[in-house]
Ligand binder design. Structure first.
Ligand SMILES: Cc1cc2nc3c(=O)[nH]c(=O)nc-3n(C[C@H](O)[C@H](O)[C@H](O)COP(=O)(O)OP(=O)(O)OC[C@H]3O[C@@H](n4cnc5c(N)ncnc54)[C@H](O)[C@@H]3O)c2cc1C
Length: 343
């Protein structure tokens, strides 16, 4: 256990105050034991993987950070598919890179997403027409309400757009490993227009998974969506707001130019379009010298220019939210997990 480590040193936003205690778990039994010990002692727990979807208050965390760093990969050949079980501490993009090198299919469009495997089911990570829910078959998790380890089938995970049961029941579950079925043909489905255009194929067509990974990494780099140590445009949590899902009636009142997609409970609107049309452009900040700013490469990313504190990011987020609310009557919801603060 280390002393008073700063969340700022372990989050891609580079903000967040000290934790009272910090445990890095590199074996599943140690991870389970650490959590159950905290629960028994009534010590609040903050689970952290790569810290790429977290905005933690400047006051830090009064409790124990448990960093999930358990490695492990097991692959079972099933002929026309492979069943892969990944321990929660595996680095997600290393997993994608190795899968693509073997010609495994189903996660290639999720290239370049930072963080670790254990957090991927939490917000059902997605990008460029793929999301993790499409390939997950089960999730092994510690249920803190009963202190037991259990296997959840994909139907029990409650996956939705950037959400899941693990996000909804935040202090209940610790993801220990994720099992997914991947194809083995080496050819991936291209379901997203911008990606299809980059690859020169039709939406609904196919391309080699290595080409898809290359195209996705190129598109992401141009948007500042690949964490790069010397580029403050990437010191963020990726997209800060989710695309709002609104009723058909609300959507009808939004200008037709706003990109929109069918969603389970209505219509999903482009948050980036709403923000831009509300008068907020790339590089926007609440003041010229404000230390938090909209990325110079992508309107959806709030970034730390170098000296930002969590409070600066919150100030910026509130302004963006208010301008969109005033312009369109829609309240944007944050995508990252906020700890010790709210908008
Ligand atoms: C530049 C950039 C680009 C991004 N692009 C995308 C994108 O395209 N699509 C997308 O979906 N996301 C994207 N993200 C967001 C983020 O990378 C993902 O949500 C990622 O899965 C978070 O992983 P992590 O290990 O960093 O999680 P953390 O930030 O460490 O944690 C996130 C949440 O999960 C919880 N958690 C962590 N590990 C566990 C566990 N083992 N069990 C239970 N709960 C756990 C934490 O307590 C916290 O609530 C991006 C972020 C950045 C910085």
């Amino acid at each position: 256990m280390g002393a008073r480590r700063l969340l700022a040193d372990h989050t891609t936003f580079r903000v967040g105050g000290p934790a009272d205690a910090w445990i890095t778990a590199t074996a599943e039994a140690d991870l389970v034991e650490a959590i159950l010990r905290c629960d028994r002692d009534d010590v609040p727990v903050l689970l952290v993987g790569g810290g790429s979807n977290l905005l933690v208050a400047d006051e830090g965390f009064r409790g124990t950070v448990v960093e999930v760093a358990v490695p492990g990969v097991d692959a079972q050949d099933r002929g026309d598919a492979v069943s892969v079980t990944l321990a929660a501490g595996e680095v997600w993009d290393d997993v994608v890179s190795r899968a693509v090198a073997r010609g495994w299919t189903g996660i290639e469009a999720l290239s370049g997403i930072p963080g670790r495997v254990g957090a991927t089911p939490v917000q059902n990570v997605g990008a460029y027409g793929q999301e993790i829910a499409q390939v997950v078959t089960s999730v092994r998790a510690l249920d803190r309400s009963t202190a037991t380890v259990t296997d959840l089938s994909v139907d029990e995970c409650g996956f939705g757009y950037r959400t899941s049961r693990f996000k909804q029941e935040r202090d209940r579950w610790v993801v220990l490993s994720v099992t997914m079925d991947l194809g083995v043909s080496g050819q991936g489905a291209v379901r997203y227009l911008e990606l299809a255009q980059a690859l020169g194929v039709e939406v609904g067509g196919q391309a080699p998974v290595a080409a898809i990974r290359g195209a996705v990494l190129g598109l992401r780099a141009r948007k500042g969506m690949v964490v790069t140590p010397d580029d403050p445009d990437t010191w963020s949590a990726g997209s800060f707001f989710t695309n709002p899902i609104v009723s058909d009636e609300t959507a009808a009142a939004i200008p037709a130019a706003c990109p929109r997609y069918p969603a389970a409970a209505g219509v999903k609107l482009s948050a980036a379009w709403l923000i831009e049309q509300a008068g907020i452009s790339r590089g926007f900040a609440v003041a010229d010298d404000a230390p938090a700013a909209i990325s110079g490469k992508h309107t959806l990313a709030l970034t730390n220019r170098g000296s930002a504190r969590a409070a600066d990011v919150v100030d910026l987020a509130r302004v963006v939210r208010l301008q969109v609310l005033e312009a369109f009557g829609i309240t944007l919801e944050p995508e990252p997990v906020l700890v010790g603060l709210s908008l």
